[in-house]
Design a protein around this ligand. Structure first.
Ligand code: NAG
Ligand code: NAG
Ligand code: NAG
Ligand code: NAG
Ligand code: CU
Length: 178
């Protein structure tokens, strides 16, 4: 009986390892969560929203807004800083809008309606390569300079290593404990 319980723990451990080895699936990030894409939230709302989110190549941003009330422009850093909507890289007027994140680097989004951008309807994100090992959290103000698409070599300190250690612990429990 005890052996059977331990074996089911082992099965769960193996399932966890399998999910870690598969890597992270492409994700859709809803900008501003349930608040959506709006000009009513003040200066730091979208900066705060983006903090701690891991944006990876292949993910998508979903901007929730009603057509006509807002829009989504992809702009340069200069245009983002000054809320200049004159020459956007891309302008989508139809909401809700889904924007795929195609490459690594910094991306800047503003709303070009009225003075919404200067009211805080602007978003800056850093997109990193899609790989199995989540990038370490950055605590400084400097965004990570990821301009290479090749994933780093696997290291023994990776989540995989932790997961394998977990499996060996489960094996020990299964065969020596009970
Ligand atoms: C948005 O949702 C994520 C995932 O549920 C959560 O971690 C985060 O705190 C939320 N952010 C805001 C600003 O509500
Ligand atoms: C602008 O971005 C939207 C959303 O990703 C896309 O559907 C549209 O084709 C883009 N337009 C141009 C001109 O690139
Ligand atoms: C990614 O590519 C699509 C299709 O060309 C484009 O519509 C979209 O704007 C791009 N995303 C970004 C963040 O540039
Ligand atoms: C990556 O960026 C650094 C500094 O930003 C630069 O010196 C280097 O040449 C870049 N490498 C590639 C492959 O673009
Ligand atoms: Cu707007």
């Amino acid at each position: 009986m005890g052996r059977i319980m331990s074996m089911s723990q082992l099965v769960r451990a193996l399932a966890l390892v399998a999910s870690l080895l598969q890597g992270t699936a492409a994700e859709e990030h809803t900008v501003g969560n349930t608040t959506g894409w709006t000009n009513t939230q003040g200066a730091d709302f979208y900066t705060t929203w983006a903090t701690g989110i891991n944006f990876e190549v292949g993910d998508e941003l979903l901007f929730n807004f009603n057509t006509g009330a807002h829009d989504v422009a992809i702009v340069s850093k200069t245009a983002y800083d000054s809320c200049n909507s004159a020459n956007p890289i891309n302008l989508t007027r139809t909401g809700p809008a889904t924007v795929p994140l195609n490459s690594t680097g910094d991306f800047y989004f503003i709303c070009t309606v009225g003075s919404h951008c200067s009211q805080g309807q602007k978003l800056f994100i850093t997109v990193v390569a899609d790989n199995d090992n989540p990038s370490p959290p950055t605590t400084g103000t400097t965004p990570p300079t990821t301009n290479t698409t090749s994933p780093p070599p696997p290291s023994s300190a990776s989540p995989r290593g932790v997961a394998f250690a977990f499996v060996f612990m489960s094996l020990a429990i299964a065969f020596f404990c009970c």
